[in-house]
Design a protein around this ligand. Structure first.
Ligand SMILES: [Zn+2]
Length: 863
């Protein structure tokens, strides 16, 4: 992305010089149905502390037709390299910029989508991190807040939504004009515009005298599936909970939530106009885990209205805090809000967030939570699992450290002091020090300024009668990969240790000890003199952020009884520990498979079931000894069929096992069952073979050569929606022929006309684990292509390609060597290098795990 970067130093200089009052932004979207470009007229009023000084404003646009600064026309070539140079500033300035900006199909800037169902055009903006400048001339940095007034010309009959309440449109004929009222002072990246024949459902949030209008929108083709009441219910719970805990009323005039097409992220917290990916409008049956994930996302974005939008980071180096706070807030709200449907949210947090954080934190690219963000390119690559998941985990540890009440009191003081302003981390930590009386400098240093995960291991000795004679917790410094940034240190951990016994077939906690672990070895005298329990679980209740190991006896008990823990959180922690050991080659894939098979039969938490199912498939594809892999896959497929047939009719487990079987089916019988379910010749009691499940079944049949192009075309006929087009594209890329692979490859790598979603679907279909031989020629092609891809495509699109097409399935030394040769010779940009280095790490890890699995197999055979 040459020319579109902005350094922190430039931002600092500009913030010191300028104070921005307001933007009037006039957008003419009357040609949206044709696409191409749209007219954008921006008038910015701002002051400068040093008259005569020079600055610049950001703009990414195909062309500019007028630049007028303080009544004086500037030459059009002042616009170059995505900036407009502003020389000779006055104390008070008015700048007018008229530009033709481009609609996009990458989900960045002003995304334009045509729904094949109704042929109508749907637009929405996505600006984080630096893309408001693709729609209007803007000082694109979070600490130059201003009031924004949007005026939008759009086709008659459209819904037009922005940060301020939607006004009555004016005018006659084919177009109308919407004149929005000015916003409060907000950052550019949370301004928003959503326009098109979207349909809305309306309600309000009431609390005493307070009335906040609520809206939920989607495309008409999804309207029949929009369960607005469920969305309003969670939203209201969030309003109640956050307003009370933050002691601060919701800061904006209304709250609209818009489900929009081809959205790259889960959602975006635009002030008062949150956009969500519209897969959250469920058109087929999904499990409760999907409803929980949607509710979490709703609460996450709502929490941002205060933390992020009302009070905003000064620069992107504190993005982690913004995201971590919202992620922590979503979980604590789910756990505690009155009427919450998902009070076990900390289980989900352990299962999803922690797993993500642990994985990311072991990549060569890992970095301290407080990363140096010197420019916008640094931000783009740091939007990772450290930012969201590790940050949130560490914030959870901070809450345990200062106490939850003190934490929220500090947060309240922080909102009172900084409303509508910008802050740094020290502002929040200062407020927490005030309320908790704890010195947080050492805490901050050891948790925020270092990288990696500590490992906690129990060390215990027992006498002949099984009585514990000594017990301590060993802490290991993180094993940082070569080249990783940051220091590997031991940290202070607040943890709980749980003792579990088998009672009536269930593992029940009989004792809980909470303590500070510090240094390499921390003695736990409380356990000495007691009979060794069946399972000893470190970091019970998941207070800290650490990899946890089980002692040999506990591991044996867990392997046999994992499914019998009476509560879901220790189960999730043991699942996570087993998965982590598998990834590290400390548990052979074949042993992990056995543990999963016995544990899954009893696991009730559907979110945990689904993530273990995904992990087992990943382990079999990547970590299994290739000589044994097919045996493991066959065992997994047979188990999936058995569980599917045994599952309660119509339940979530039945659906989850149907999807699992569809991912792995290999025998004639299994594939015949998929085909039978699809054509209706076979039925399973309660299993609805609906639109999405049909595509899942067909995908496997196509990938194994059991169904052909005609079957895909017929299915697309039945489901001629945008989602259907994506599924069809994925099926076509999954066909087991050299021609299909070549076609898919060319459509992604050699052409650049696929939308973000279709491209993602093609990439997903291309990489089939049982097509390794067909895919082998693409190792070389990949390395020949990616530099050009990175240099010519947008950030989102090139990331999909570079990460998604990396030959991760070719687990071999040769893949590592080829990667290393490319890294040594290609001189890739830092962001591109990072993506390739991370992908390489997955292959390196897989090689180690395969060796461990091979060794376990050799032991079993007695070699
Ligand atoms: Zn967020």
């Amino acid at each position: 992305m040459p020319g579109t970067n902005l350094t922190r130093e430039e931002a600092r200089t500009r913030a010191a010089l300028l104070h921005v009052e307001s933007y009037d932004i006039d957008l003419d979207l009357s040609s949206a149905r044709e696409g191409g470009t749209f007219r954008s007229t921006t008038t910015v009023r701002f002051t400068a502390t040093t008259p005569g000084a020079e600055s610049f404003i950001d703009l990414v646009a195909p062309s500019v037709s007028e630049i007028v600064l303080n009544g004086r026309a500037l030459p059009l070539d002042s616009f170059a390299d995505s900036r407009i140079a502003l020389p000779g500033l006055a104390a008070e300035n008015e700048l007018k910029v008229v530009a033709d900006c481009a609609f996009t199909n990458t989900g960045e800037g002003l995304h334009r989508f045509v729904d094949p169902v109704d042929g109508e055009t749907y637009l929405y903006t996505q600006f984080e991190v630096p893309d408001a400048r693709r729609v209007f001339a803007s000082f694109e940095q979070p600490d130059l807040k201003a009031s924004f007034t949007f005026t939008v010309t759009a086709p008659n009959g459209w819904a037009v939504i922005s940060n301020s309440p939607t006004p009555q449109p004016e005018g006659e004929g084919d177009t109308r004009v919407w004149r929005f009222s000015p916003t409060g002072r907000i950052s550019t990246y949370i301004t928003a515009l959503i326009a098109g024949p979207y349909v809305g459902v309306f309600d309000e949030y009431r609390n005493g005298d307070q009335v906040v209008p609520l809206g939920v929108y989607c495309r008409p083709s999804l309207r029949e599936f929009l369960d607005a009441d469920a969305i309003f219910t969670v939203t209201r719970q969030g309003f109640d909970y956050f307003q009370e805990k933050f002691d601060c009323p919701y800061p904006f005039e209304k709250y609209d939530q818009l489900f929009v097409p081809e959205f790259n992220a889960g959602a975006m917290e635009n002030a008062g106009a949150v956009t969500f990916r519209d897969q959250y409008v469920f058109r087929s049956k999904v499990t409760d885990a999907a409803y929980e994930a949607r509710a979490s996302t709703i609460l996450h974005e709502l929490a941002h209205m205060w933390f992020g939008n009302l009070v905003t980071m000064e620069w992107w180096n504190d993005l982690w805090l913004n995201e971590s706070f919202a992620t922590f807030a979503e979980s604590v709200c789910q756990a505690e809000a009155a009427g919450s449907q998902w009070p076990d949210s900390w289980t989900t947090f352990a299962n999803e967030m922690k797993t993500w954080a642990y994985r990311q934190d072991q990549l060569p690219s890992t970095h301290p939570i407080m990363a140096e963000i010197n420019d916008l390119e640094d931000v783009m690559v740091n939007f990772d699992g450290i930012t969201y998941a590790k940050g949130a985990s560490v914030l959870k540890q901070l809450v345990a450290y200062v106490g939850q009440d003190e934490f929220f009191k500090g947060v309240q003081a922080y909102f009172k002091a900084h409303s509508w302003g910008n802050t740094r981390l020290s502002d929040l930590l200062g407020a927490l020090e005030q309320t908790s009386g704890r010195d947080l400098k050492a805490w901050s240093k050891s948790w925020l300024e270092t990288a990696g995960i500590n490992v906690l291991r129990p060390k215990l000795e027992t006498d002949a009668a099984g009585v514990i004679t000594s017990f301590s917790v060993l802490q290991e410094a993180p094993a940082l990969p070569a080249g990783a940034k940051g220091e590997a240190v031991l940290r202070p951990h607040r943890i709980a240790i749980g003792a579990y016994e088998l009672k009536d077939g269930q593992l029940v906690r009989t004792e809980r000890i909470e303590l500070d672990v510090d240094g390499a070895e921390t003695a736990v005298p409380q356990l000495v003199g007691k009979v060794r329990p069946t399972v000893l679980l470190l970091n019970d209740d998941d207070l800290s952020y650490a990899k946890v190991r089980l002692d040999a006896d506990s591991l044996a008990a867990v392997t046999e009884h994992l499914g019998t823990f009476a509560t879901s959180l220790p189960r999730a922690l043991c699942w996570a520990s087993a998965w982590d050991m598998t990834r590290d080659g400390e548990l052979a894939t074949r042993d992990y498979l056995e543990l999963a098979l016995s544990g899954l039969a009893r696991e009730t938490d559907i979110g945990v079931v689904q993530s273990v199912q995904r992990q087992v498939k990943l382990a079999l594809d990547m970590y299994a000894d290739p000589a044994w892999r097919e045996q493991g896959l066959a065992r997994w497929a047979a188990a999936a069929e058995e569980q599917l047939r045994a599952a309660a009719p119509g339940g979530d487990h039945q659906l989850a096992w149907a999807r699992t079987l569809a991912a792995v089916a290999r025998t004639e019988g299994q594939l015949g069952l998929l085909a039978g379910l699809l054509d209706g010749s076979q039925e399973l009691d309660g299993l609805a073979v609906d639109t999405e499940l049909r595509w899942v079944l067909l995908h496997r049949l196509v990938a194994t050569g059991r169904a052909d192009e005609a079957a895909v075309a017929a299915e697309l006929e039945r489901d001629s929606t945008a989602a259907g087009q994506e599924r069809a594209a994925s099926c076509r890329a999954a066909r087991p022929t050299a021609e299909a692979k070549a076609e898919a490859w060319a459509s992604v790598v050699e052409h650049d006309d696929l939308t973000n979603y279709v491209q993602d679907a093609v990439i997903g279909g291309f990489g089939q684990a049982d097509q390794r031989e067909l895919l082998a020629p693409y190792v070389e092609k990949y390395f020949a292509a990616i530099k050009g891809v990175y240099e010519t495509r947008s950030h989102e699109i090139s990331q999909q390609i570079v990460v998604g097409l990396y030959p991760a399935l070719q687990v071999s030394q040769s893949t590592l060597d080829t990667t290393d040769a490319w890294l040594a010779s290609a001189e890739p940009a830092p962001a591109l290098r990072r993506m390739v280095v991370e992908s390489r790490a997955a292959v390196e890890r897989a090689l180690r795990a395969q060796a461990a699995d091979h060794a376990a197999g050799a032991r079993e055979l007695g070699h």
